[in-house]
Ligand binder design. Sequence first.
Ligand SMILES: [Zn+2]
Length: 126
Amino acid sequence: MKYEFVCEDCDQTQTVELRPSQFDECRESGVPCECSEEAKAYHQFNPGNLSVCFKGDGWSDKMHREKKYRSKRSQRMAERQRKHNKTPELVPNYQGEEVENWREAQNLASKDGRSAATYEPKIHKD
Ligand SMILES: [Zn+2]
C-alpha cells in the first residue's frame, strides 16, 4: 500500500510504500522528511480512501460526526419517504378504506353520489 505523508515543516508530500502494520506505526509517529532532521511528515487525509481509519485525530472525529449526521439525515429522509408512501392516495381506497382497485373505489363513490371523475386517472394507471 502507498501512503502519502505531508511534512509539518515544509509541506512536502512524499509517497511511502508501507505494509498496513508499518503504516499503523508511521501514522502515529510520522516519517522523517529530508528538509531537516527533526521534521516529521504525517499521513495526509485522502478523501478518496475512506477505508483508512484514523484513530484519535481531529480528522476522524470530524469524519465520524459527518458520517453520523449524514446517516441520520438519510434516515429522516427514508422515514419521510415511508410516510409519504403510506398516504392513502397510493393504495386503492375510498374514504380511506382500502378497496380492491380504483374502479371499485369509483363505484363506491358514485353509489354515494360523489364525483367519481377524480378516480379516472388512477384507474387508467392501474
Ligand atoms: Zn520537510
